[in-house]
Write a protein that binds this ligand. Sequence first.
Ligand SMILES: Nc1c(C(=O)O)ncn1[C@@H]1O[C@H](COP(=O)(O)O)[C@@H](O)[C@H]1O
Length: 179
Amino acid sequence: MSTASTLRPVIGIVMGSDSDWPVMEAAAQALDEFEIPYEVDVVSAHRMPREMIAYGERAAERGLKAIIAGAGGAAHLPGMLASVTPLPVIGVPVPLKYLDGMDSLMSIVQMPAGVPVATVSIAGARNAGLLAVRMLAAHDADLLARMNDFLQELNDQATEKGKRLRTKVASADSFGFGK
Ligand SMILES: Nc1c(C(=O)O)ncn1[C@@H]1O[C@H](COP(=O)(O)O)[C@@H](O)[C@H]1O
């Protein structure tokens, strides 16, 4: 098991295989941006069911506050974790070679009532990381302020994009383009 910092991890990032990491690392990056300590591991419901159950059952007592679980294809990992932990589980549908991740999405999102998994978009690992930050921020005023700054930054960037687009279209118009 690897841990991103020497601090005790509060978020677990797990995935069905190390082949999911190229998608899942965006969750880790988002947590890094907010200096949230996390751990990373491969925990497969299909290939190592006993370890998977033990991971879910022990997650809360080990101090984790939420689990981000990514899997591809018959992606049962997030739902199975959610069935053995009271912690929030965020599911990331990992797209594989066939079916473009629709199989992963459907496997993760259609949970029976009583066992929720907060499913993000196909390959939406960055949003999974940001959602985990928001969950922590609900009980942490400093983190909440930083999330607000982050949102303001997004707002400023979008405003800037609009400005650039309007300038581009206006200058094209003055040459008789863009009509
Ligand atoms: N969906 C699951 C689960 C599970 O849900 O328990 N365990 C592995 N897998 C998925 O199998 C895909 C192929 O894995 P390999 O690349 O190891 O063959 C991965 O996307 C993994 O998440």
